[in-house]
Write a protein that binds this ligand. Structure first.
Ligand code: FE
Ligand code: FE
Length: 201
């Protein structure tokens, strides 16, 4: 898999706001660093990072229209909380416009906002990189989470899901059922891991 990264960057720069493009680069570099730490393909991590928000430059209405045009079905839930749609549409654009065929990359883009049950290593890398990248400064516990991400990726993933859901709840916003299921899945995994540590199994 050899992509022209510079060409891809140029094209994304033209599509995204300056701040969103900075975020995109930061996620891409953070994803590469995590891939180094956890033994994942660096190029795939870089590409997924660069493309994860490729549909973020459109307003809600345009995103919905593009989904209709591309025959991407949207749930009632997604129409009510369109922020999630950029991930789904992003995966479609990554394939159609940016010619990414790799399903792992497309999935990592598709699930970067909600997470999902049983995430792949690349799903986790992009989800976590999106939250801890160096340009972020508003989320709580960023210093600890940045460190934790390089020590225990699953624990960082769980903590970020927990923070994100708590934040959405405090705002009274609607929570996507996919995010809720992903959180419950990792909560149970974490609990069973703790039991295994205690019993030595
Ligand atoms: Fe995003
Ligand atoms: Fe992002």
């Amino acid at each position: 898999m050899k992509y022209d990264i510079q060409k891809l960057r140029k094209s994304l720069k033209a599509k995204l706001s300056a701040a969103r493009y900075e975020h995109t680069l930061s996620v891409s570099f953070t994803a590469v660093a995590l891939a180094m730490r956890y033994g994942y393909n660096l190029e795939k991590a870089e590409l997924a990072g660069l493309l994860h928000d490729c549909a973020k430059g459109f307003d809600d209405e345009t995103m919905i229209q593009k989904c209709q045009k591309k025959k991407v079905p949207l749930t009632e839930e997604e129409l009510n909380a369109p922020a999630v749609i950029h991930a789904k549409l992003g995966a479609v654009l990554a394939k159609d416009k940016y010619e990414i065929e790799d399903e792992e990359i497309l999935d990592a883009i598709r699930y970067h906002t909600t997470g999902r049950e049983n995430m792949t290593l690349l799903d986790k890398i992009i989800y976590v990189a999106d939250y801890i990248e160096p340009r972020r400064n508003k989320a709580p516990h960023l210093d600890e989470l940045r460190k934790l991400a390089f020590i225990d990726l699953d624990e960082a993933l769980f903590q970020i899901m927990k923070n994100t859901l708590e934040y959405l709840e405090s705002k009274g916003g609607s929570i996507d059922s996919m995010s809720e299921r992903a959180y419950q899945y990792y909560k149970e995994q974490r609990e069973s891991k703790a039991v295994n540590v205690q019993t030595g199994i």
